[in-house]
Design a protein around this ligand. Structure first.
Ligand code: IPM
Ligand code: MN
Length: 362
């Protein structure tokens, strides 16, 4: 009997549902071809539901979602809802409650995709950012006192426990061992680079750096260790992206550098990510937003969602199917699509989904 995976689909806001549909189309083609089944359940969390009911996310949501094998997310963010409410109330709440402590974000330039970086191609722009996803300034305590007066004070602290840092670093070392450039035959060593700010944030990144070196020396002597300050990382991501293999960093820095990374790989239309709980239920998403101005026009690029689907299959253990999707995406970007930008792809959203699904079906 073939294996069945239970998938929760959260289309979300704006163009989220449209790209999620194309992701599901490709996932179904992969399931048919590679002999497993996907059983989907839709959830309507997002701006429309919030406006209609006044509830951002039912308290039962994470409990319910934790019964699934995986979660597939379109996008969260609605133009008629004040920024922060849905992002924190849905996306971040689910990440935290489901303890998806890794945010895995490949920065990979597919063939035929334009990068704004001169003289760099798919061979140079091909690395992965492991973003810590459960702590740091995202969950550190804070508040505002004497709000609205000239004396007001705002605090939002970057807080990391050794436990949080260590589990993230171990995931990153393991990832580098399995998927680093040596593992992929592209270098004679696997390298993990820590991205921090040890010259200023001398408490938090001292903890990260000590843990990084201790764990590396004890358990991963075969992995080369590099260290980069986050500002310099931005510089090298533009100037010498080929230096990077696997990077690991805290939540806030990871958020920032992966938007830069996404631009170097051709934009938000192609950048995928996974919120991963290695011991629990993970959630895969295109890392761009809901792009509300393109809603309903069938022009948004679904490839980020499709690639997020591939990451989901890989995490579920369907590696062959995941690799097949990746290969077809590379063929579609390399030989068919004109651009990664909404409205300029040379195809509609549904046509891009059809192309990839047909390729996967063989
Ligand atoms: C991301 C997004 C989120 C984040 C927002 C929407 C809360 O920017 O997934 O990178 O900051 O993590
Ligand atoms: Mn972000």
């Amino acid at each position: 009997m073939s294996k069945t995976y239970k998938i929760a689909v959260l289309g979300g806001d704006g163009t989220g549902p449209e790209v999620a549909v194309e992701g599901v189309k490709v996932l179904n083609a992969a399931a048919d071809t590679y002999g497993f089944k996907l059983d989907y359940t839709d959830f309507d969390f997002g701006g429309e539901r919030y406006i209609r009911t006044g509830e951002v996310l039912p308290d039962s949501a994470s409990g319910e979602l934790s019964q699934f094998d995986s979660i597939f997310l379109g996008a969260i963010g609605h133009p008629d809802v004040k920024p922060g409410i849905l992002e924190k109330g849905i996306l971040l709440r689910l990440r935290f409650e489901l303890d998806q402590y890794i945010n895995l974000r490949p920065v990979k330039l597919y063939p035929g995709v334009d990068t704004p970086i001169k003289d760099k191609g798919p061979a140079e722009i091909d690395y992965v950012v492991v973003r810590e996803n459960s702590g740091g300034i995202y969950t550190g305590t804070g508040g505002i006192s004497q709000k609205g007066t000239p004396n007001e004070v705002a605090v939002q602290s970057m807080v990391y426990s050794r436990f949080q840092v260590e589990r993230c670093l171990r995931y990153a070392f393991d990832y580098a061992k399995k998927h680093g450039k040596k593992a992929r035959g592209k270098s004679d060593e696997n390298t993990l680079g820590l991205v921090g700010k040890t010259n200023v944030l001398t408490y938090v990144f001292d903890l990260w750096e000590r843990a990084f070196n201790e764990i590396g020396e004890q358990d991963y002597t075969d992995i080369r260790r590099d260290y980069y300050h986050v500002d310099a990382t931005c510089m090298w991501m533009v100037k010498n992206p080929e230096w990077f293999d696997v990077l690991v960093t805290g939540n806030m820095f990871g958020d920032i550098i992966t938007d830069l990374g996404a631009m170097t790989q051709g934009g938000m239309g192609i950048a995928a990510g996974g919120n991963i709980n290695p011991e629990g239920v993970s959630m895969f998403e295109p890392i761009g937003g809901s792009a509300p101005k393109y809603t309903g026009q069938n022009v948004i690029n679904p490839l980020a969602a499709i690639c997020a689907g591939a990451m989901m299959l890989d995490t579920l253990g369907e590696t062959e199917a995941a690799n097949a999707i990746e290969t077809v995406v590379a063929d579609v970007t390399g030989t068919k699509m004109k651009s990664m930008a909404a409205g300029r792809m040379g195809y509609s959203t549904t046509e891009v989904g059809d192309l990839v699904a047909a390729g996967v079906a063989g």
